[in-house]
Design a protein around this ligand. Structure first.
Ligand code: PEP
Ligand code: MN
Length: 338
């Protein structure tokens, strides 16, 4: 259920409604918009049918939520969410966010070289995996805590924010200490315990769409995080499994306007993992921004030939410079800035 208060509802009336919801054994979540306040009700809603809240002063209407997700929906929060990353950087406003860096942190030299290059090109957030979710157990698994420390150092030197993946709840403390944005990868989109854990934090979370997840499942995964109190969620479309084999995955660009319609959360696009080939990264990045994405996350490597992970889809720094130049033109055309 969603309870919409009247525009002139008082603080006392709001508190009274919240008390009534709690007394019925339900959990209220408040969304204060510029126009009016909306309360999302979490828990078994049958109680509300027995004791309707419409009669309480200050309440305009009580609406059933037809979608399975509530807090991520635009019904609950009509205004788009802008996630603040600190240092004057945010995701979901007019300015696009550019996240870039290697697939994995391999060593100090390559990380610093890449960080300096992507910063110079205009990226604000440094990406890099310290814990890698590899398909084969024999592939490079990441430098773990050493990788996290290097990311923090490189970001400090270059003046960037850090996004890095958390694979396991046992590493949460360590990742939380070094990351500005915690990434939940495609393979963990439905790791519900992990989602609940990051939901307890205030730190921004980058939630990537599962390899075979529908948009509804994707939004329900985000709902897990919001239902724990963390509203700082950035969604990421990164391609889904289809029958097509020419690209690594199929980038579902339609997910951008669909998600913008049904959810207030910002969404960025990963043209690297979705295509799997560097040649396709720039065209899909441009298409993503044209379709309304709030930013991009892109893999860049100084020498893709020797990359320990995802070399074929990694851009050389000079190609990343070109990509940003092209993105600036598309951004201008759709009323965004880079
Ligand atoms: C990544 O961004 O490093 C990654 C592994 O992506 P995904 O979870 O989308 O496969
Ligand atoms: Mn990768």
């Amino acid at each position: 259920m969603i309870i919409v208060l009247k525009p002139d509802a008082t603080k006392q009336q709001l508190d009274h409604v919240l008390d009534r919801i709690k007394a019925l054994g339900l959990k209220p979540m408040v969304s204060k918009g510029t126009e009016r306040t909306i309360i999302g009700v979490i828990g078994p809603e049958d109680a509300l049918r027995v004791q309707p809240l419409e009669v309480i002063p200050g309440v305009e209407k009580v609406m059933p939520v037809l979608k399975p997700y509530k807090l991520v929906s635009r019904d609950f929060k009509p205004e788009s969410t802008v996630v603040n990353l600190g240092d004057g950087i945010s995701v979901g406003g007019k300015a696009l966010v550019m996240m870039a860096g290697p697939c994995s942190v391999e060593n100090r030299q390559m990380l610093f070289e890449t960080a300096r290059a992507v910063k110079r090109a205009g990226a604000q957030v440094l990406r890099g995996g310290a814990f890698k979710p590899r398909t084969s157990p024999y592939s490079f698994q990441g430098l773990r805590d050493e990788g996290l420390k290097l990311l923090r150092e490189a970001a400090k030197e270059t003046g960037m924010r850090v996004v890095t993946e958390l694979l396991d709840t046992r590493d949460l403390k360590m990742v939380q200490q070094h990351a500005d944005i915690i990434q939940i990868g495609a393979r963990n989109m439905q790791n519900f315990e992990l989602l609940k854990e990051v939901g307890q934090l205030h730190k921004p979370v980058l939630l990537k769409r599962g390899l075979s997840a529908t948009i509804t499942e994707f939004l329900l995964a985000a709902e897990y995080i919001l239902s724990q109190g963390n509203f700082n969620v950035i969604l990421c479309e990164r391609g889904i499994r289809t029958f097509e084999t020419q690209t690594r995955f199929t980038l579902d660009l339609a997910a951008i306007p669909v998600i913008k319609k049904f959810s207030h959360l910002p969404i960025i696009v990963d043209p690297s993992h979705s295509t799997g080939e560097w040649e396709y990264v720039e065209p899909m990045a441009k298409a993503a921004i044209a379709a309304g994405a709030d930013g991009l996350i892109i893999e860049v490597h100084p020498n893709p030939e020797v990359a320990l992970c995802d070399g074929p889809q990694s851009l050389l720094p000079k190609k990343f410079v070109k990509l940003i130049t092209e993105i600036r033109k598309v951004a201008k055309a759709v009323g965004r800035t880079v």
